[in-house]
Write a protein that binds this ligand. Structure first.
Ligand code: PGA
Length: 219
């Protein structure tokens, strides 16, 4: 079973649009693979049938005086099972390794499955960054996302062969699932899965529900 995970980022911009998107998916998804759609917190309360809703971040404490934060316990209570942690867009806003590790541990503690995003920026050594960003924790999904290949931050092409090389390096360091992210769409999802990734994390291409269904079908 592969993991096909959408990251809608800060989209869509209304409840009405989110509802339409989820209904479309519920009507069209037919797969043995696992489909997870990571959405803004405000859309996590929808009831969906054919896929899971996931969060895009969480805090590291269960409760307390942390204005504006959402705790792993609150996500758990809502029925959420998956949460992205350490996405490059959050790292770019200043989220440090220590914070990411605290969030991972807090999410694991309540039984959530964190999707930990790791990957090098243009000009950095992939292996060095992986050594720094990978955490010695069990029960994670590791998303290898070369930042330079993410559609909105460079959009370079990381070929499946090149991604495979890094995937193999990651697998020497962890038994967790390893998925790929970076401008994946319906035309190339299969080639990333074929080289051995356990799934994909899809940003831009998941915003169009028809394209996302094609991605699920072609996986
Ligand atoms: P992308 O985004 O598919 O648009 O490159 C992936 C991500 O940021 O997780």
């Amino acid at each position: 079973m592969k993991y096909i995970i959408a990251n809608l980022k800060m989209n869509p911009d209304s409840v009405k649009k989110a509802e339409k998107y989820f209904k479309f998916l519920d009507k069209r998804i037919r797969t043995k693979n696992k489909v997870i759609v990571c959405v803004p917190f405000v859309f996590l309360n929808f009831k969906v049938k054919k896929f899971n809703l996931g969060a895009q971040d969480c805090f590291w404490e269960d409760k307390g005086p942390y204005t504006g934060e959402i705790s792993p316990l609150m996500l758990k209570d809502l029925g959420v099972k998956y949460v992205i942690i350490g996405h490059s867009e959050r790292r770019a806003l200043g989220e440090a390794e220590e914070i990411i590790e605290r969030k991972l541990r807090a999410a694991l503690k309540v039984g959530l499955t964190p999707i930990l995003c790791i990957g090098e920026k243009k000009g950095e050594s992939a292996k060095e960054i992986i050594d720094k960003q990978l955490k010695p924790l069990k029960g994670l999904i590791i998303a290898y996302e070369p930042v330079w290949a993410i559609s909105t931050s460079g959009g370079g092409f990381c070929s499946p062969e090149k991604a495979k090389e890094i995937m193999e390096y990651i697998r020497t360091k962890t038994d967790n699932l390893v998925i790929y992210g970076g401008s994946v769409d319906s035309s190339d999802i299969h080639s990333y899965l074929k080289v051995g990734f356990d799934g994909a994390l899809v940003g831009g291409a998941s915003l169009d529900p028809k394209e996302f269904i094609k991605i699920v079908e072609n996986a």
